[in-house]
Design a protein around this ligand. Structure first.
Ligand code: GTP
Length: 424
C-alpha cells in the first residue's frame, strides 16, 4: 500500500492517511505485507511514479510475493495500465478500492444497483475491467494487461447497454422505496439519521439505541445501506432511526454523487445524529470531513436538519480527560452528548436529546372533517400522529393530532379550512 504525497501536498497527515488506506485494504480481506508513504517531486503522466521508484517497487513486490499494489490516489487509466505492466502485479487506485468495498457491503437492491452503476461508469472510463472482474474472468491475480481492442469495443457497448438498463431498474426500486417511506411517515413519527466517520461506532450505537441486531464489526464500512428501525424514547414517544454509510476522507466526488440516494435519507430526517469517536486523536479532522460531505449534500440549497453530536467511545477516554471533554461538550452550539455505545453510558441522555430536537415543543391541534373523506384523513395521518378521533354531534369527525411544532406549517391548510359535510 502506497500513500503518495504530491509536490503540492504538505504530507502532514500522511501517516494517518496511509493507515486509513491499509484499513480499507484490510476491509477487503487483503493482507497488507508492506505499507509506505511516498513523497513525489513530480507526478508522471505515464506511470504516476518516476522510473526509479517504479523499479524499486517492482523489486519490492517481487520480493514480498505481493499480488496487488494499492495506490492511495486517483490514477488515470493509462497510469494504471502502465504500472501493471511494469510491476507485473494488479494495481488498484483509491476509487477502485472504495468501489470494491461498496460493492461487497451493499445489502439492499438499491445499494447493489447504485454500486454496479458507479462501477460501470468507472470501468467505461478505463476501458479495462476492474481487477475483481479480471480475477473472476481469468482465474487468478497477477496476470496483467487489458483485453484486446475488439473485446474493449464490445465491452464498451455492453457497458453502455447495461448502464441504461440499471438506471431504469434503479428508478423502479426508488419508486417503491418512496412508497415505503411514505408508509412509514404515515405513522406520524419523526426520523433520526445516524451519520459519522467510518468506524466511529454508528452500528454499535444503532444497536444499543434500537436493541436490534444489525451487523457490527471492527471493519470499515460495515454499513452501506440505511437500515431503519423504530425506537421507543424514554418519554414514551418514538422515532424512526436510520443508520447510514460511514464517511471517509476524500470520498471520490463521483462516488458521492452515486450514493446520493443513500445519503438522501439524511436530508429527509428530522434530526441528524453525528456519531464521533471522541477517543480518536484525529477526531477533529474526521468531524470536519463529515461536515464537508454534509455540506456537499445540502449544496443544492436544501437545508440540513438540526444536528446532535454523540461523542462516542467515552469509555476509552483516560479518566483525567473526561471532565475537560464534558465541559467542551457543554460549550458546543449544538446539543452534544458524551456517551459510550459499549457501556451504555450517556445513552438515555442521548435519547432524550433526540426526543427534544425531533419533536421540538410538540403541539396538539384539533381538526374536523367529513367522516367519509378518507383521503383527507390519510393526508393528515401522514403529517401527524393521531391522538384520538370521534364523530361529534355535528356529524363531523373530530381528530386530535400531535406533531412537532416544526411540522405545524404543513398542517395549516387542514386547520384553517375545516372539512364540511357533503350534505351541508
Ligand atoms: P462503519 O460501518 O465502517 O461506518 O463503522 P461504524 O461507525 O458503524 O462502527 P461500528 O459500530 O462497526 O464500530 C467500530 C468499532 O468500534 C467496533 O469494534 C466497536 O466494537 C467499537 N465501538 C463502538 N462503540 C464503542 C464504544 O462506545 N466504546 C468502545 N470502546 N468501542 C466502541
Amino acid at each position: 500500500v502506497i500513500h503518495p504525497v504530491g509536490p503540492d501536498q504538505t504530507g502532514l497527515d500522511a501517516p494517518e492517511r496511509l493507515e486509513e488506506a491499509c484499513g480499507l485494504a484490510r476491509a477487503l480481506d487483503l493482507e497488507v505485507v508492506s505499507a509506505a508513504v511516498a513523497p513525489l517531486r513530480r507526478i508522471s503522466p505515464q506511470a504516476f511514479f518516476g522510473t526509479g521508484r517504479v523499479e524499486a517497487l517492482a523489486d519490492e513486490i517481487a520480493e514480498a510475493g505481493a499480488h496487488l499494489l494499492v495506490v492511495d490516489a486517483a490514477l488515470s487509466p493509462v497510469q494504471q495500465r502502465n504500472l501493471e505492466k511494469a510491476l507485473n502485479a494488479k494495481v488498484v487506485d483509491r476509487t477502485g478500492l472504495i468501489l470494491e468495498i461498496f460493492a461487497r457491503r451493499a445489502a439492499t437492491r438499491e445499494g447493489k444497483l447504485q454500486v454496479e452503476l458507479a462501477r460501470l461508469g468507472y470501468e467505461r472510463s478505463r476501458l479495462v475491467r476492474t481487477w475483481t472482474h479480471l480475477e473472476r474472468q481469468r482465474g487468478g491475480l497477477g496476470k496483467t494487461g487489458g483485453p484486446g481492442e475488439t473485446q474493449i469495443e464490445l465491452d464498451r457497448r455492453l457497458i453502455a447497454d447495461r448502464i441504461v438498463k440499471l438506471g431504469k431498474e434503479l428508478d423502479d426500486v426508488r419508486r417503491t422505496r418512496g412508497l415505503q417511506r411514505r408508509a412509514r411517515s404515515r405513522a406520524g413519527l419523526p426520523t433520526a439519521a445516524l451519520v459519522g466517520y467510518t468506524n466511529a461506532g454508528k452500528s454499535t450505537l444503532f444497536n444499543r439505541l434500537t436493541e436490534a441486531g444489525v451487523l457490527a464489526k471492527d471493519m470499515l464500512f460495515a454499513t452501506l445501506d440505511p437500515t431503519a428501525r423504530k425506537v421507543r424514547l424514554p418519554s414514551g414517544r418514538s422515532v424512526v432511526m436510520t443508520d447510514t454509510v460511514g464517511f471517509i476522507t476524500d470520498l471520490p466526488t463521483e462516488l458521492v454523487a452515486s450514493f446520493r440516494a443513500t445519503l438522501e435519507a439524511i436530508l429527509a430526517a428530522d434530526v441528524v445524529v453525528h456519531v464521533r469517536d471522541i477517543a480518536d486523536p484525529h477526531s477533529e479532522r474526521q468531524a470536519q470531513d463529515v461536515a464537508a460531505v454534509l455540506a456537499q449534500l445540502s449544496a443544492d440549497g436544501e437545508p440540513l436538519p438540526p444536528l446532535i453530536e454523540a461523542w462516542n467511545k467515552a469509555d476509552k477516554l483516560p479518566l483525567a480527560m473526561v471532565d475537560a471533554r464534558l465541559a467542551r461538550a457543554e460549550a458546543q452550539a449544538q446539543p452534544t452528548i458524551l456517551c459510550s455505545a459499549l457501556t451504555g453510558q450517556g445513552i438515555e441522555v442521548l435519547l432524550n436529546a433526540i426526543d427534544a430536537v425531533a419533536y421540538g415543543p410538540v403541539q396538539v391541534v384539533s381538526l374536523s372533517l367529513d367522516p367519509a373523506d378518507g383521503k383527507r384523513r390519510a393526508e393528515i395521518a401522514a403529517l401527524a400522529h393521531i391522538v384520538d378521533e370521534a364523530v361529534g354531534e355535528d356529524g363531523l369527525l373530530h381528530v386530535r393530532v400531535e406533531a412537532p411544532a416544526a411540522r405545524m406549517g404543513a398542517l395549516e391548510p387542514y386547520i384553517s379550512a375545516p372539512g364540511k359535510l357533503a350534505a351541508e
